[in-house]
Design a protein around this ligand. Structure first.
Ligand SMILES: *Cc1c(COP(=O)(O)O)cnc(C)c1O
Length: 354
């Protein structure tokens, strides 16, 4: 553990902010003036630097390019009406980052490097946080292996970095979803619970196939029977059946423990729903739909917050939803956004002020 962490700060000579229109932002395309970089060598984190955002010079033998030890996080910073900036539940992401690191046989990152480094970086680029509803500054911490050696083994050296991207609303359009029965995202004993780059690579082919069929995303099912639902694309998924909200449980290690998922569970309980984290079979979903008890289906994640699902297709059976009539998903979304933008009391202490 680093006790008095030394961060070297070198500032950009000029800000690029004037070249970016914060009113019209594609997700993850523009980056702020600075980034954080640290190296892991000989069992410790060193060279901790905040410096102008710039390309890296990499060896073609860099371990991550071959064997993929690479993990990341996604966090958001917001501004309230008085221009005060805060970050949404970053400690939860810090803890999850180290869970991912451990699973990928990578070193953990000390809390001070992750949290303090992030706060200092965001403070330096504070002017990049858009002050507009549904807008925020997306924070992307990541780590990858950096040994220059193409032997298969865990790397001895790693790089930890944080970059920042101002962002507007992200796929908030109601989605058409294809229930996936051929390809698999995660199996028991695998790495589904880790935010590992390889999970995304492994999902792209199936997602592209679903898109060819006219769908926006897949709903992943379990690896053995393709019966139990897992996640929707890169979001956790919730089903409102009667007065109960159901979301797949974390027990098998196949589901990413989303911070938006946790927050949604808390808010649904506050709204009076019974919330169940358990196995949920596609046949139970279809039965509820046929009995007119399946009221809402939505995904949760940092990028989009809440994405409503207007169609679910399982084999030849289509379930259609009139999302315009929904009450719950829009309410969760507005409560979450209001808490983040300082318009609703932060009674769970989710916001960390800069
Ligand atoms: C990041 C992610 C989520 C959502 O997690 P949040 O902490 O809410 O952003 C859900 N599923 C997968 C696979 C993810 O990578």
């Amino acid at each position: 553990m680093i006790t008095t962490m030394d961060i070297t700060i070198s500032k950009a000579e000029q800000s690029k902010l004037k070249d970016v229109n914060l009113e019209n932002l594609p997700f993850g395309k523009f980056f702020t003036d600075h980034m954080l970089e640290a190296d892991y060598e000989n069992g410790e984190w060193k060279n901790i630097e905040i410096k102008p955002y710039q390309p890296l010079l990499l060896s073609p033998s860099l371990a991550v390019l071959h064997y993929g030890q690479s993990i990341f996080e996604g966090i958001k910073a917001y501004k309230d009406a008085d221009d005060n900036a805060s970050i949404f539940r970053p400690k939860d992401n810090f803890e999850r980052f180290n869970i991912s690191a451990t699973r990928m046989q990578m070193p953990t990152v000390p809390e001070e490097l992750f949290m303090e480094g992030m706060k200092q970086l965001v403070t330096l680029d504070k002017n990049w946080i858009p002050n507009k509803p549904d807008h925020s500054l997306y924070i992307r911490p990541f780590m990858f292996s950096t040994d220059e050696l193409i032997g298969v083994r865990p790397s001895d050296t790693y790089k930890f970095m944080i970059i920042l991207a101002p962002t507007g609303p992200y796929y908030s359009k109601p989605m058409r979803i294809y229930v996936e029965e051929k390809y698999v995202r995660a199996a028991k004993g695998g790495v589904g619970y880790a935010k590992a780059a390889g999970n995304y690579a492994a999902a792209m082919y199936a997602t592209a196939e679903a898109k060819k069929k006219g769908y926006d995303q897949v709903l992943w099912t379990d690896a053995f029977e393709h019966k139990y639902v897992q996640e929707c694309g890169t979001m956790n998924v919730f089903f409102i059946i009667g007065n109960t909200a159901i979301t797949p449980s974390m027990k098998q290690g196949t589901i990413l423990d989303g911070v938006t998922r946790r927050s949604t569970i808390t808010l649904l309980k506050e709204m009076g729903f019974a919330v169940e984290e358990r196995k949920l079979g596609i046949h139970e979903i279809i039965e509820a739909y046929k009995a007119n008890l399946l009221f809402e289906v939505f995904g949760t994640g940092t990028a989009a917050t809440i994405s409503m699902i207007k169609e679910l297709r399982y084999k030849d059976f289509e379930m259609h939803f009139d999302v315009d009539k929904w009450k719950t998903a829009p309410l969760v979304k507005s409560w979450l956004n209001d808490i983040r933008e300082g318009k609703r009391p932060d009674k769970y202490n989710w916001m960390v002020k800069l």
